[in-house]
Design a binder for this molecule. Structure first.
Ligand code: SF4
Length: 318
């Protein structure tokens, strides 16, 4: 039995758990190919024109898998904590795909509404495992292994590594420390983000992303806004940005966003205004399926150059 996992959306946040769980159940896991022009083109062909690029990409990854596996795993991410849901694109993902991808009849839809409860997560795993006739003990062992795998993944980030991009612990003595905030399915997809993180590291930057900030630290900034945002990943991005701004731990912030992203209209503006108030350099980089390398490279080089000059000037004044 082969189970396909699209390399998009929830994949980048949770793949160690997902893959380990299915493998420990004794299923063969097939992850869709890394994003390429063919995958983007296939996605653009089916998705509605006004969809954000990550949603278009999801279509392409599903099409890359559906004919070579028994099931394609499509999580409907609703809530993983008590305070927020995911963006409506996540909530409606299985319905969207049924309507847009022709002959997609092997979807394994799983509704994820666990609200910080390990018990609920295990119950969900039980439901999935039952579809494949796996018993309680096998499911429990697979669940524990998946949890362990996810824990290690998170620990790697906290040490300064970026595992989805294969980046090990970064050099702490880099010239510039930069907060790079954005959704994991954009930041860690090197094709669609034009490999922005690796580019920055090659320019001598130490990159800090939202996944490298402990959850309990992010939670401290929950009260910074009068109202919590509705969306889980947006809260993570915004709280990380607040953490960077309030602690002064980075020399500047780059917000990586997708063209057509509804939540980011709000998130981007808030970060921009807060950074301006504290005089912290801030740059927004927006990606869609047409974004070209040259324009992004020029903007990044200019931004890093400006940060280095600013640091040098401040060093002289001290
Ligand atoms: S948060 Fe933005 S980029 Fe992510 S799925 Fe929703 S609209 Fe798309």
């Amino acid at each position: 039995m082969k189970i396909g996992v699209p390399r998009a959306f929830a994949y980048y946040a949770y793949y160690p758990f997902i893959i380990t769980f299915f493998e420990e159940l004794g299923l063969e896991v097939v992850v869709s190919d890394p994003t390429s022009k063919e995958i983007i083109d296939a996605g653009v062909e089916d998705a509605v024109a006004e969809a954000c690029v990550p949603l278009k990409l999801y279509h392409g990854h599903v099409k890359n898998l559906m004919d070579r596996v028994d099931y394609v795993f499509v999580p409907r991410l609703v809530r993983v904590n008590q305070e927020a849901t995911f963006c409506p694109k996540f909530l409606g993902l299985p319905d969207i795909l049924v309507c847009t991808v022709e002959n997609f009849d092997n979807m394994l839809e799983v509704r994820v509404d666990i609200r910080n409860s390990g018990k609920k997560l295990f119950q969900l795993c039980r439901l999935v495992a039952k579809k494949f006739n796996r018993g309680f003990l096998k499911t429990w062992k697979a669940f524990k292994k998946a949890e362990e795998s996810y824990r290690k993944y998170r620990e790697e980030f906290l040490k300064g590594a970026i595992p989805p991009l294969g980046i090990g612990v970064q050099d702490d003595k880099a010239d510039v420390r930069l907060g790079v905030v954005g959704y994991p399915y954009l930041l860690y997809d090197p094709y669609v983000s034009l490999d922005i993180i690796n580019k920055l590291i090659k320019m001598g930057v130490y990159v800090v992303t939202p996944e490298m900030v402990p959850e309990e630290v992010k939670k401290k900034y929950a009260g910074k806004l009068k109202k919590t945002l509705f969306w889980t990943f947006s809260n993570s991005v915004l709280r990380t940005a607040f953490h960077f701004l309030e602690t002064g731990m980075v020399d500047g912030i780059i917000h990586v966003t997708a063209f057509g992203c509804g939540p980011d209209f709000i998130v981007d503006k808030i970060i921009e205004l807060e950074a301006k108030e504290r005089n912290v350099p801030f740059l927004t980089v927006t990606f869609d399926e047409h974004t070209g390398q040259e324009g992004v490279n020029t903007r990044l080089e200019a931004f890093i150059d400006m940060l280095k000059r600013k640091k040098a000037k401040e060093a002289i004044l001290v």
